[in-house]
Design a protein around this ligand. Structure first.
Ligand code: ZN
Length: 161
């Protein structure tokens, strides 16, 4: 979706022509229960042609694929006893038993829960994404760094209001 009705909010080339009221009404349509059902929100800025054709090396697709495959294997071995195979399928009881956080991570998530006025479902969503980020880093414990990244993915829509 776009960040606003005209589609240019946050764009580095064109100005958004929407009023604050327009944006509020537009966001309201998808806020609350629906936003709660999305695991990840990411703002994707317009790509410059030079960025698409750059030769600066980044992590290659095959490296990323390897990391993802490894993370999926970790999830499968952890979750197969519940008859599910990946973090996205976890319900509340799975989250409770498999998402072990460091003390700092717990403190950070508690603060976010209060500051962001999260629902219980929203809390679980963040924790599931943090679990996945930790799996991609091959870390059994969820640290504050993983939680911070998960919160960032969730916050992305609100950031542009
Ligand atoms: Zn706009």
């Amino acid at each position: 979706m776009y960040a606003c009705p005209c589609g240019f909010l946050g764009d580095n080339k064109k100005d958004c022509t929407c009023s604050t009221g327009d944006i509020k009404r537009y966001r309201k349509k998808i806020s609350g229960p629906l936003l709660d059902r999305m695991d990840i929100h990411v703002h994707v800025p317009r790509l410059e042609y030079s960025e698409m054709t750059t030769s600066i090396p980044t992590e290659s697709s095959s490296d990323i694929r390897q990391r993802v495959t490894a993370a999926r294997a970790i999830q499968y071995s952890r979750l197969q006893k519940y008859n599910i195979f990946c973090n996205a399928q976890m319900g509340h009881r799975h989250v409770k038993t498999t998402c072990h956080m460091t003390h700092n991570a717990q403190v950070m998530l508690k603060q976010a829960f209060e500051a962001m006025n999260l629902s219980a479902r929203g809390y679980d969503r963040i924790l599931k994404v943090a679990r996945t980020i930790a799996d991609l880093a091959n870390s059994e414990q969820i640290s504050d760094i993983h939680v911070a990244e998960a919160i960032h993915f969730r916050n992305n829509i609100q950031e542009f209001s």
